[in-house]
Design a protein around this ligand. Structure first.
Ligand SMILES: [Zn+2]
Length: 272
């Protein structure tokens, strides 16, 4: 393109050009405009592919102007102004406080807090890989006071006592004392379906307790933060699963959170 423009800007042989001067000037001006526009576009293009010829701050501004809205989540939430809304909170149940349920020595002396922390750290890693900022919180973390985030999930496991042969499976309960109960319901349903898909465990609906629905963190956090608590399985009958396949438990939880955040399809269900 450059060689064409420079050759056509040379004065053509007089005999071949019957046109009066103004028209030729017009053509030349048009070519000049095209040429300058080309330079500007090329510079801009270089600017947003790499630092290029522009000062880096200007290049950054072009880059950010071209970025889609932060990970597409803003479409779901009407108030994306706070930086904290990009966070996800994961509570490793009992961590920093007590052991939770403990198995007798004959069953390996496994402590709930260790199982919870293992799963919670895996959930954090997988959500960070998806680009979220994850706060891994202790049971009574000072950060929980008025905590604001896209979502908060507290991870626990159930008793190691043998109750009966039906004491197997997982439970999910949401904070319904929230500004947006429909979001809490959706979060619960996402966790239920995705956890079942990832783990093959069944939902143990019969024993969702007041301890779960009135979970202390639900009262502390900001009422705009959707929150849920999951019991990942029973330390007695689901012990092998929880200790040998914590990656699947973590996948179920992070898939459930992503299902909620990305507004994925779920079968319509009512909350327990
Ligand atoms: Zn617990």
């Amino acid at each position: 393109m450059n060689s064409k423009i420079s050759s056509s800007s040379e004065p053509p042989p007089a005999a071949v050009d019957p046109n009066p001067k103004p028209a030729r000037g017009g053509l030349f001006n048009n070519l000049k405009v095209v040429f300058i526009a080309g330079i500007i576009l090329a510079t801009l293009f270089t600017g947003w592919t790499e630092p290029g010829l522009l000062p880096s701050s200007l290049a950054d501004r072009f880059n950010s102007a071209l970025q889609p809205a932060e990970s597409g989540i803003e479409g779901v939430y009407p108030t994306p102004t706070s930086r904290n809304l990009e966070h996800i909170g994961i509570v490793a149940g009992h961590s920093g406080n007590d052991s939770g349920a403990v198995c007798p020595d004959a069953l390996g002396g496994i402590r709930e807090v260790d199982v919870n922390l293992d799963v919670a750290e895996r959930v954090r890693s997988s959500l960070e890989r998806e680009g979220f900022q994850v706060d891994l919180l202790t049971e009574f973390d000072p950060l929980l006071r008025n905590y604001r985030a896209l979502v908060l999930v507290s991870i626990h496991a159930d008793s190691c006592q043998y109750i009966n042969d039906q004491a197997t499976g997982y439970k999910v309960a949401a904070a319904m004392s929230t500004t947006y109960p429909e979001r809490a319901l959706r979060l619960t349903n996402c966790l239920r379906t995705r956890y079942a898909n990832a783990t093959g465990l069944s939902f143990h609906a019969g024993s969702v307790t007041d301890d779960m629905t009135n979970y202390h963190s639900f009262e502390e956090i900001n009422s705009n933060t959707p929150a849920a608590i999951i019991e990942t399985g029973f330390l007695n009958l689901d012990r092998d699963f929880l200790t040998q396949q914590p990656d699947l438990a973590a996948k179920g939880i992070s898939d459930g959170i992503l299902c909620y955040l990305r507004n994925e399809d779920i079968p319509t269900q009512t909350a327990p």
